[in-house]
Design a protein around this ligand. Structure first.
Ligand code: CMC
Length: 375
């Protein structure tokens, strides 16, 4: 058996192969199935990207139409889930509700006991289709509001905004939101994707992998960072306050949320795309306070620590400008990443070997056992 060097946090360790996405820090690029996300953001849609990730190729027009129709057909939730949301404690955290909602969804899936490739693709499509309603319905019910049923005249992302906010977004907002979903859709062996692959590598099911992934994404070092980044910008408050705030935070060894990355040390391509969009959106809306504050935080972080923003920094103020509640930002990340998670779990199961690394044991051995009465 091969033995490998120990690397804390598995940094630099190759833990498997994939053909789904290519994170290339040297070129500062991210490709899905060989297509640069910059191209996908320009010419594609979240639905097309989800198809690409799942099926490994771009759809023809006919395949695209069929896929979108299937997503629409699967958008709504069984009534029992809506009833279950009514029993959740008030002010539950949306990521917790999404995790529980996903576990409940599993019980009602017609393919729940079938772990074949085809059934897993069907379950993947269903979960991609239903995540928006899981998030929007549970959020609204938990806050005492009526649910807003899906509008099949709207695309995937804009329908989510409609179900959450109760009003249709304008075309520009819908476009920026869709681009953010494309940027969030997949990212190599990130922590949540890896935990989903570990889960199904035991031949467990896709929904168990999704529950594991949602729990993993929730943490502030991963998907939870977009919410923390916005709370931080609110604390900073104004562009005038930004430099002193960052210097003080660094002096007290605070982590600046939305900055740094395990893989990208010179820049996250998703952050470049979305920062540009954030600037444009701020100008269009005539509300530049957050973008200007964020830009100063960025330049001070670069000057003081040579650390640059990741995807979660620009999405934080983009979503804020869209009027979205902060606690929904990480569920939005999940709404997009469910496409990557399911593609990865299917790839894992199609060529499975149990993921089971070694631990470097550092405790004592061969201690003399002393019976309890004599300790
Ligand atoms: N603020 C201040 N210092 C930082 C930051 C930051 N955001 N990120 C890294 N550093 C420093 C860190 O303190 C350490 O310094 P030193 O060597 O002096 O102790 C050095 O940079 C290396 O950092 P690390 O934490 O060992 O790096 P890592 O590869 O283990 O962690 C990270 C990567 C993303 C967890 C980390 O950069 C971080 O905590 N960032 C803030 C949370 C965040 O934005 N997460 C989102 C990640 S990207 C999208 C996603 O997956 O959601």
């Amino acid at each position: 058996m091969k033995t490998a060097e120990y690397s804390p946090g598995l940094e630099g360790i190759i833990a498997g192969t994939t053909t789904i996405s290519h994170v290339n820090p040297d070129l500062c690029s991210l490709m899905y199935r060989g297509y640069d996300i910059r191209e996908l953001v320009k010419h594609s849609s979240f639905e097309e990207v989800a198809y690409l990730l799942l099926k490994g190729k771009l759809p023809t027009q006919g395949e695209y139409d069929e896929f979108c129709a299937l997503l629409k057909q699967e958008r709504d939730l069984p009534d029992v889930l809506v009833d279950a949301f009514k029993t959740f404690p008030k002010n539950s955290v949306p990521m917790d509700m999404l995790r529980t909602g996903t576990a409940l969804l599993a019980l009602h899936d017609p393919d729940k006991d079938d772990n074949s490739h085809d059934a897993n693709v069907r379950k993947a499509i269903r979960s991609i289709a239903k995540f928006p309603a899981l998030i929007a319905y549970s959020y609204r019910i938990n806050r005492g509001q009526e649910i807003v049923k899906p509008d099949n005249g709207l695309g995937h992302g804009e329908n989510f905004l409609y179900m959450l906010q109760g009003k249709k977004p304008d075309a520009y907002m819908a476009h920026v939101f869709d681009c953010s979903l494309i940027c969030y859709a997949d990212h190599g062996f990130n922590a949540s994707t890896f935990s989903s692959r570990v889960t199904v590598s035991t031949l467990s099911d896709i929904y168990s992998g999704l529950v594991a992934a949602i729990g993993t994404l929730k943490g502030p070092l991963h998907g939870g960072a977009n919410e923390e980044a916005m709370k931080m910008l609110q604390e900073v408050g104004t562009p005038e306050n930004a430099e002193a705030w960052v210097i003080d935070a660094l002096a007290t060894k605070k982590k600046i949320m939305g900055f740094g990355h395990r893989e990208y040390k010179n820049g996250d391509p998703r952050a470049f795309i979305l920062t540009e969009m954030g600037a444009e959106m701020s100008e269009k809306l005539g509300d530049t306070q957050w973008y200007k504050t964020a830009s100063i935080v960025e330049s001070v972080m670069h000057r003081e620590k040579n650390i640059v923003p990741n995807v979660d920094f620009p999405t934080s103020y983009i979503y804020y400008l869209m009027g979205l509640p902060i606690e929904i930002y990480t569920p939005i990340f999940a709404l997009a990443r469910v496409s990557g998670w399911t593609a990865h779990m299917i790839e894992q199961l199609d060529n499975n070997r149990l993921i089971r690394p070694k631990a470097l044991y550092e405790g004592p051995d061969h201690l003399d056992f002393v019976v309890r009465a004599q300790r």
